[in-house]
Ligand binder design. Structure first.
Ligand SMILES: *Cc1c(COP(=O)(O)O)cnc(C)c1O
Length: 401
């Protein structure tokens, strides 16, 4: 009999999306007429199609496979040079200098934020925000790691800051945050970088929503902060920024200067370790997908992505304006597709879910699914259509006015 990884016994069952689906469909069955009126503002998936530029490049990628002269087999595990260069140029445009050799193309940020645990041994003090994207906590539990939570709450605008009296080895940050939409400013990220350098810690920075940052004062990359090259890894994704949730592409930046001393005294480079890890366990992102990804970072590609982001942000503004008018306290919604509101009338997040479903047939995501601190909050997303978002907010107005 195999001895199993019994750490899996310590995982909390993720009831979130199945429970949402279950409650929604059982309501619709019992109330067919109202069920037909349901508006879904809970999805964490994009809905706008890919842009023309990307589609053309994807088609070119497919066509290249049709003849022996241009056919591509296994590619470099790190990603094609052209794609890495395009990403490096994109960083440069945003004022950040990144060596293309620090960039690793992947099939998405979920895999990389999970797989990165391969680089770390046992016994680390690991800080993870609460609430946050559940992948960080679950992948650490799978390895049997203990997690220390960084409390995000209304008092700190869901942007927890370092406690200088507490040591840390590994720090996860997600900005703009899923689910709260909160985004760290330069001063705050500088404090985190200084804390990491002082502790000889590494920051694992999830920037999956960087393209939603429109305030030029807010950093879109941890590497916009001085010293971050010595203490941070950044995870990015084309999923939410370029509509690649189904196409699959992300990239991870592991700077070459990111080095730590092993117990043997050997100096270990995280860039070299990640390279080794990827070459051993990953055979590269599809050539076709990388062709499409490359042009996401072209002038035309960026313009097309921004059109979709502008569309989503108009939805976010409709939601934010409605909640403001109703006096419902919320976070996010400006530099993020997420709006995180405090459940009215002291409801907990699941009661709020039922209340919205039964009274106005609007489905969202209960905050409890993202951590203890989410239990009185509710997430709405801007990924729906403009028309449905407007209608949902009209219903909100009638319900809470
Ligand atoms: C959606 C999301 C990702 C991952 O996306 P991929 O589709 O795997 O690239 C990563 N981090 C956060 C916070 C997300 O919300």
């Amino acid at each position: 009999m195999p001895r199993l990884n019994e750490n899996y016994l310590n995982l909390k069952e993720s009831y979130l999306f199945s429970e949402i689906a279950h409650r929604t469909s059982s309501y619709a069955e019992k109330n067919p007429e109202k069920g037909a009126q349901i508006i879904r503002l809970g999805i964490g998936d994009v809905t706008r199609p890919l842009g023309k530029t990307v589609l053309n490049a994807l088609h070119e990628g497919v066509d290249a496979m049709a003849s022996a002269e241009t056919f591509k087999g296994y590619g470099p595990e790190q990603g094609y040079e052209a794609t890495r260069n395009a990403i490096s140029a994109y960083y440069r445009k945003n004022g950040v200098s990144i060596d293309p050799e620090a960039i690793f193309i992947s099939d998405g940020a979920k895999s990389d934020t999970g797989n990165i645990t391969d680089l770390f041994g046992p016994g680390n003090v690991i800080l993870i925000p609460d609430p946050v994207y559940p992948v960080y906590v679950d992948t650490n539990i799978m390895r049997g790691n203990e997690v220390t939570y960084l409390s995000g709450n209304a008092d700190n605008d869901f942007l927890p800051m370092p406690d200088k009296n507490q040591h840390a080895d590994i720090i996860y940050l997600c900005s703009p945050n899923n689910p709260t939409g909160a985004c760290y400013n330069k001063t705050q990220l500088t404090e985190w970088v200084e804390y990491a350098l002082a502790n000889d810690a590494v920051i694992l920075f999830d920037a999956a929503y960087e393209a939603f940052v429109s305030d030029p004062e807010l950093p879109r990359s941890i590497f916009a902060i001085e010293g971050a090259g010595k203490c941070a890894i950044e995870f990015c994704s084309l999923s939410k920024t370029a509509g690649f949730t189904g196409t699959r592409c992300g990239y991870t930046v592991v700077p070459k200067e990111l080095k730590f001393t092993a117990s043997t005294g050997a100096v270990m480079s995280l860039n070299a370790m990640w390279n080794r890890r990827q070459c051993t366990k990953f055979n590269g992102t599809s050539y076709i997908v990388q062709k499409g990804a490359e042009v996401v970072f072209s002038e035309e590609g960026i313009r097309e992505c921004q059109e979709n982001i502008t569309y989503y942000k108009r939805n976010a503004k409709v939601i934010a304006d409605t909640l403001t008018a109703l006096g419902i306290r919320f976070f996010g919604g400006i530099n993020s597709p997420y709006i995180w509101f405090e459940c009215p009338n002291g409801m907990d997040s699941w009661s709020c879910f039922d209340y919205l479903l039964e009274n106005i047939q609007v489905v969202g995501t209960p905050g409890a699914g993202f951590g203890e601190n989410g239990k009185n909050y509710f997430r709405l997303t801007a990924f729906g259509t403009y028309e449905k978002t407007l209608e949902a907010m009209e219903r909100f107005q009638k319900l809470f006015h």
